[in-house]
Design a protein around this ligand. Structure first.
Ligand code: UT7
Length: 332
């Protein structure tokens, strides 16, 4: 019997309207457009404003559009996995809220948290459900409302993050398309460099934790940078090597958008030119689980059936990984 693979058969994404520019950030903290642009590549990011607007809003909008684009009925969806680090609530899962919001009444749904590698972890997980043959339509969402956990008085982190996300539809194929290979890694000894100090079971929220600003992202940027550069490049080179892919065989590098300099280092290591690197960090910043689907969505019209894509990410945990995808459809 032929192996069943999980093909990406549709992609959609959604970002809120509000644009937070470097110029506006200059009015909030001691920084400037030149520093932000040269150190990160970011010009602006989107922010989800309004009362009671959580990550599920991003996920619901992305999935509704995905269902429409792919002519898929909500009730035919078997499973929704939502990768997020900023769930609407501690529980229930944001995936449950998204399933309800789109009318996916026959789906089961859950969240998966792997910080900036969340979408790759969820794609790896979702593809397994298809490969067993048991499930036919799986949606993988990567979405984050990072503005909900960012301290807009901390110039080292507030310049980087933004809100947004996207979703892919996975369906079975016995042809040589889809998720071809995955390498996922984690190392919890990286936690001290990138974490949120309070609000979890170790240090629940109190008036003191709020006063001490412990419900925001804590990052030791340059330490994380060093781990990110090495690990994202290593894992991308490793997945190419074990699938006998030369730089010329790779149509696109789809990197997590954390810092343009990390992306450049990964592309260099792979021997892949700038013209083959998906990039939208200048418009959206780092949307954590949202970056890779936002890239695929923006570049969808340039993707051809059979294109070899290398997806790569690094993030809190530490978590990192790379996925080799053979694109399954021509532009519609
Ligand atoms: O997404 C998943 C994981 N996260 C990442 O991959 C992020 C990895 N890290 C980074 O992208 C970079 O480390 C940052 C963009 C966060 C920071 O850039 P950097 O080149 O590593 O700067 P740094 O932290 O080493 O700081 C250099 C200087 C410091 O000043 P002194 O001590 O040299 O006087 C900072 O205080 O830049 C200063 N600085 C700023 N200056 C102007 C830090 N943030 C800013 C700012 N504007 N926004």
């Amino acid at each position: 019997m032929k192996k069943i693979r999980a093909a990406i058969t549709g992609i959609n994404a959604w970002v809120p309207d509000y644009v937070l520019t470097n110029q506006e950030i200059e009015t909030m903290v001691d920084t400037n457009d030149e520093w932000i642009t040269s150190r990160t590549g970011i010009k602006e990011r989107r922010i989800l404003k309004g009362e009671d607007q959580g990550t599920s809003v991003i996920g619901i909008n992305a999935v509704k559009g995905l269902l429409a684009k792919t002519n898929t009925k909500a009730e035919d969806i078997d499973l929704i996995i939502c990768a997020t680090t900023t769930p609407d609530m501690q529980f229930p899962a944001t995936g449950n809220l998204i399933a309800d919001g789109v009318g996916a009444k026959n789906a089961f749904s859950y969240d998966l948290q792997a910080a900036c590698s969340g979408f790759l972890y969820a794609l790896t997980t979702g593809s397994q459900f298809i490969e067993t043959g048991k499930y036919k339509k799986v949606i993988v969402v990567g979405a984050d409302k990072m503005s909900s956990i960012i301290d807009y008085t901390d110039r080292a982190t507030c310049i980087i993050f933004g809100d947004g996300g996207g979703a892919v539809l996975l369906e079975p194929t016995t042809e040589e398309f889809g998720i071809m290979d995955t390498i996922m890694k984690s190392d919890g000894s990286g936690a001290p460099y990138l974490h949120m100090k309070a609000g979890g079971s170790r240090r629940p929220a109190t008036a003191e934790t709020v006063a001490a600003r412990q419900h925001y992202v804590y990052q030791e940027g340059s330490a994380v940078f060093k781990f990110a550069v090495t690990n994202m490049a290593d894992v991308s080179a490793e997945i190419m090597e074990r699938n006998n892919l030369q730089a010329d065989d790779v149509a696109w590098l789809v990197p997590h958008q954390a810092n343009k300099r990390i992306i450049d280092a990964t592309a260099n290591r792979m021997g892949v030119g700038e013209d083959k690197v998906m990039l939208n960090i200048h418009k959206f910043g780092n949307t954590t689980s949202g970056t890779i689907p936002l890239c695929l969505w923006e570049y969808e019209k340039q993707l051809k059936k059979g294109d070899n894509l290398i997806l790569a990410a690094f993030g809190g945990g530490f978590t990192w990984g790379s996925i080799y995808v053979k694109w399954a459809y021509d532009p519609k």
